[in-house]
Design a protein around this ligand. Structure first.
Ligand code: SF4
Length: 301
């Protein structure tokens, strides 16, 4: 039998509903969670799809929220952290066939993100290019191959990291995302970060670095430091955790390194900052140098 939510749960759901409205989602559908099963478990076992088919669907409004079991309807952070792949799938589902910003007009595929949901390192670029748009995966063209080489040089594989972008649709003519586009799509990236909880984020290029850090400095000035980073999530976002902070390092975008290969050495210094922070073994030749000391500033990417 359905029960009315207690006051605390009602406030949590109201905040969540407002969060969806901020994203442009106005219709929410109630799905029953089997008794004794967490939200994450239900998703991971693909139970929600089955239950949705078998159960009557009701539209939720902010003022009329009822659930069969209160604990099952409000997504708990613990559920998300217990099943990160499922939590990422939920974010992808919520993006849907997105038309929230004008970048939807020219895209072929939404490029969500790829990699290990439990990764220690997350690479963030600015947005998909032509190859990514065609294949629906970030960093798969020439720049992607170079990123793969950079990751391999760190002694790990592409599959070991998580890769995403500030915007998930290709900007026309590969221009940088405009502020309104980043502001609209960026919360999805913040949610991905909040699910994966990488120990270090590597911002690839000036656009990603400036968006994530909220900074206006040049890339040359942003490089060479380890920043404290806290994802900027709206109130009510299910992944919101005021206690979560991580680190962020800035380097060149691989596409820029293809245009100016002389800066690869500088990018490698940036990656060594990450490796040293994470205690990753350094290639012998590099371990003898100090990766945090930079001899010169790189130009704008
Ligand atoms: S860039 Fe992001 S917000 Fe804009 S249409 Fe694509 S998915 Fe939606």
């Amino acid at each position: 039998m359905a029960k009315v939510l207690d006051e605390q749960s009602r406030r949590a759901v109201a905040a969540r509903v407002q969060y969806y409205r901020d994203l442009g989602i106005f219709e929410l559908y109630k799905r029953e969670i089997p008794e004794g099963m967490s939200f994450g478990q239900a998703i991971s076992r693909e139970e929600l799809a089955r239950v949705a088919e078998e159960s009557p669907v009701a539209v939720l409004t902010q003022d009329q929220v009822t659930v069969a079991e209160p604990a099952g309807e409000v997504v708990q952070l613990a559920d998300i952290l217990n099943d990160k792949p499922a939590a990422l799938r939920v974010i992808r589902e919520e993006i849907g066939d997105c038309t929230r910003c004008k970048l939807c007009e020219g895209r072929t595929n939404i490029v969500f993100g790829v990699g290990d949901a439990h990764a220690r390192i997350m690479f963030v670029g600015e947005g998909p290019g032509a190859d990514e748009d065609a294949q629906g995966e970030p960093f798969v063209g020439r720049a992607g191959q170079l990123l793969n080489n950079m990751i391999t040089a760190m002694g790990i594989r592409r599959e070991d990291v998580y890769i995403g972008n500030v915007v998930k649709c290709r900007p026309p003519k590969n221009r940088a995302p405009e502020p309104d586009e980043s502001a609209t799509c960026g919360p999805f990236l913040m949610r991905q970060i909040s699910v994966v909880r990488p120990e270090v984020i590597v911002a690839l290029g000036a656009t990603a670095a400036k968006f994530l850090l909220g900074a206006s400095d040049s890339l040359g000035n942003l490089r060479g430091h380890i920043y404290d980073f806290r994802p900027d999530l709206p109130q009510g976002a299910p992944e919101r955790d005021p206690d979560f902070t991580t680190k962020l390092v800035v380097t060149y975008h691989p596409a820029y390194l293809l245009r100016d290969p002389r800066q690869k050495k500088e990018a490698w210094l940036d990656l060594q900052i990450v490796m040293k922070y994470l205690g990753m073994p350094m290639p012998k030749r590099e371990a003898e140098s100090n990766p945090e000391r930079r001899s010169e500033r790189g130009p704008e990417a």
